[in-house]
Design a protein around this ligand. Structure first.
Ligand code: 5GP
Ligand code: ZN
Length: 114
């Protein structure tokens, strides 16, 4: 996936502010943060959208959420609160088509989202 910017971040071809990685996941700070903490957690493997997930990915998604939980704690926002967001396709505002979980926190969030 040479044309996918997040695959390029995974491979190290594109620089990022990496804060966590393991065999399956990578987490880095968003280039254009929407909150004091704005981290993106992604699978190393290219998956375009939530629509492309199957039951075989259940553990992967579970681990993505648990990594988000752990990073929220490390960022010091676990107790005050944070948001984990998966945008799927254009109407939800997905702009990078490599699945990513947003971890947002450090300010009061609005509901409903815009
Ligand atoms: P989406 O809109 O697809 O849910 O979220 C994509 C996110 O990726 C956006 O918040 C955007 O700021 C971020 N982003 C886009 N390109 C880059 C990049 O090259 N590096 C980093 N760190 N974040 C990026
Ligand atoms: Zn990709």
């Amino acid at each position: 996936m040479d044309d996918c910017i997040f695959c390029r971040i995974v491979s190290g071809d594109l620089e990022s502010d990496l804060i966590y990685e393991d065999d399956d996941l990578v987490a880095f700070r968003d280039l254009n943060p929407q909150a004091p903490t704005h981290v993106l957690l992604i699978p190393r493997r290219h998956v375009s959208t939530v629509n492309d997930l199957g039951y075989a990915d259940a553990e992967l998604i579970g681990r993505l959420v648990l990594a988000g939980q752990r990073l929220a704690s490390e960022e010091g926002i676990a107790e005050e609160g944070y948001r984990l967001v998966l945008n799927c396709n254009r109407e939800a505002g997905q702009s990078v088509f490599h699945l990513h979980l947003h971890l947002l926190g450090g300010r009061r969030m609005k509901w409903p989202p815009g």
